[in-house]
Design a protein around this ligand. Sequence first.
Ligand code: DGL
Length: 279
Amino acid sequence: MDEMQPIGIFDSGVGGLTVVRFLFANLPKERIIYFGDTAHIPYGSRTPQEIIAFGDEIVSFLMRYGVKAVVAACNTSSSVSLPYLKEKFSVPILGVLEPGVRAALKVTRNKRVGVIATTATVNSGAYPRAFRRQDSEVEVFTQACPLFVPIVEGGRMESPEAREAAREYLAPLKEAGIDTLVFGCTHYPFLAPVIREVLGPDVRLVDPAEETVKELAVLLKKDGGRPGNSPVGSRGPHAPRHLFFTSGSAVSFYDSGKKFLGEFPFTVEQVSLDGRKGS
Ligand code: DGL
């Protein structure tokens, strides 16, 4: 790996920015190339074939920028397409699911863990399988939350609609007596205040993004990649040149970026990838 090579990150939309914020905080010298596939959001209601095809084209696109590693900053892709992508591409590809499971197992005390996720992630059964691989005693309660992604993409995180959806989705998990909740979709950490309000202070909220970035740091070190050499936020000639692409509206992506990351001194370019299946 070369220190100047960027890290590729992708999601169906702005959810992957929850991973970007940990990357900026913990690996500030790395350059990133981000792809948000908002023309095809939500992935949560797509078929596995479509999710695999989208991931395939996005990673091919990122490879053109010479990325040294890719983060599938999308639980739906991590659940459905990761084995395919890892097999096909030579670059290391990290998902968010396994790191999320490891982070949850570190904090649960009663071993009753809730996972909120998209319908496709829940249907894949990937979370309960991953938990069981690591701890046969843990009980996993999954809940699909299809309204959450449009609420976040629309910037309505504090709305009555968000509160009502959170109350409805979280009721069975409260009932099940979970002590830990995993955000099994990268969009959901943006709803943390509302989720916290509904669940109260005793349930631990786990954002897999933090552990993912820690594991990425270990991987980069192990593979001999050294970090880039410029401090984050620097505006000078050595500023890391992060690139943001979206298949949908660049303006909406930029607006969300500003809202979610506070500062967003980057341009967003709209690109459509060739050979797309689905629309
Ligand atoms: N943010 C994505 C995830 O983590 C996908 C959301 C969607 O497009 O449905 O699953």
